[in-house]
Design a protein around this ligand. Structure first.
Ligand SMILES: O=C(O)CCC(=O)C(=O)O
Ligand SMILES: [Fe+2]
Length: 394
């Protein structure tokens, strides 16, 4: 059996791995959930039909320069350029809507999220995840948002070889945030040998500021893209109000870390195949790679492009758009030697927001975001797998 590095920071993923291996849950779990999935899933569920080792295509996702939609592109434009600007904006909006319908995923450049900010986030993320596992899991850090592995897994294929802070943004705006027990943090002070300052509270302050800035910048981007996508289906005036029910307090930021995995990539996922339960997601991945998405019946690997952000459509947008925009299944593969980081911003409405439709008749029953979330959680608890939108088909 491969040796597992003994490191106080690492979550005990190998223990979960061996427990699930002993359970022999791979066949049991997948067989059991196959039934549930074939009954209820409307779109193909490649996760249940292919083995991990099926050949994977490498691709470059549609790449869209959105400078004309963001402050980055607007700077320095004179009024005389307005007409050309409107044309450029229309072409850009059309490219975004086409990619959302055809791929459910695309990349953007000139997105208005400063590269230095993303690099600072990456550094803070690395410091945060280097804290001892005990501290991450039990010191109440960042509103107790630390997660690792897959607590509900009953088979190896349901295990995610990763750890994350899943932060409700309500928690990082202003005083509501609980940055955890600073006493426990102090006991982890050895971890912070490279501090610019030598006080923990300073470090936490730096961390909070970077996180909040990233959340704000990604939020602006996510809303601009959602508005463009809404307008493309509803027309300008109505689209401007879209998406309703989303504000700073209703969205989430997820800081992901994928530790090196000593087992074969055929045996464990970094993040199990899933769709996102939101309107749309903005993702910043590092240079390591590992993200794959489904296109037709194939898994396709997404090549990291420096400076580009990835955008994907979530379940709520698929429902609202009457399946025009696609919430596509994606997963992260493990890497044997190199850790990987990513940050995902999830554009979500408040739990009591009805998701609605751009046009009646909708293929879905009316539901609120809260109802959707509850149903996903129940399914995962019962079957180990999210069923998703097909639960709400008329
Ligand atoms: O890390 C990645 O590339 C993907 C992350 C993701 O899909 C998620 O957090 O929902
Ligand atoms: Fe995702």
């Amino acid at each position: 059996m491969p040796a597992i590095a003994d490191c106080a920071a690492e979550p005990p993923l190998a223990d979960s791995y061996y427990t699930l291996l002993r359970l022999g849950g791979d066949d049991d779990g997948v067989g059991q959930h196959d039934d549930a999935c074939t009954k209820v899933t409307t779109t193909p569920a490649p996760w249940d039909e292919v083995v991990i080792t099926q050949p994977v295509w490498e691709c470059e996702l549609p790449m869209i320069d959105i400078g004309c939609l963001t402050a980055a592109g607007a700077t320095g434009r004179g009024q005389h350029q307005a007409a050309a600007g409107a044309e450029e904006r229309a072409a850009c909006a059309a490219a975004i809507a086409a990619a959302a319908a055809e791929w459910g995923f695309f990349q953007v450049v000139n997105h208005g999220v400063a590269q230095e900010l993303l690099e600072a986030m990456r550094r803070e993320q690395a410091r945060l995840f280097r804290l001892p596992f005990e501290t991450k899991s039990s010191a109440g850090l960042l509103n107790d948002s630390y997660r690792w592995g897959t607590p509900t897994a009953t088979s190896l294929r349901q295990l995610s070889w990763s750890e994350a802070f899943h932060l409700p943004l309500a928690g990082i705006s202003g005083k509501a945030c609980n940055y955890g027990d600073l006493t426990s943090l102090r006991s982890a002070k050895q971890q912070y040998t490279d501090f610019a300052t030598n006080t923990i509270s300073c470090r936490v302050g730096v961390y909070r500021d970077v996180t909040r800035e990233v959340a704000d910048a990604m939020s602006r981007l996510a809303r601009a893209l959602a508005r463009v996508l809404g307008e493309s289906l509803l027309g300008h005036a109505a689209g401007e109000r879209f998406p309703e029910g989303c504000d700073d307090a209703t969205c989430f930021l997820r800081l992901n870390r994928y530790p090196p995995c000593p087992f074969s990539p055929d045996d464990a996922f970094g993040l199990v195949p899933h769709t996102d339960s939101d309107f749309l997601t903005v993702l910043c991945q590092d240079h390591v790679g590992g993200l794959q998405l489904t296109k037709g019946s194939r898994w396709v690997a997404v090549k990291p492009i420096p400076g580009a952000l990835i955008v994907n459509i979530g379940d709520l947008f698929q429902a609202w758009s009457n399946n025009r925009y696609k919430s596509v299944e994606h997963r992260v593969m493990t890497n044997a030697t190199t850790e990987r980081y990513s940050v995902a911003y999830f554009l979500c409405p408040s739990y009591d927001s009805p998701i609605g439709t751009c046009r009646e008749p909708s293929p879905y029953k009316a539901f609120t975001f809260g109802e959707y979330r509850r149903r996903v959680q129940e399914d995962v608890k019962k079957t180990g797998k999210k069923t998703g939108l097909s639960n709400f088909l008329v």
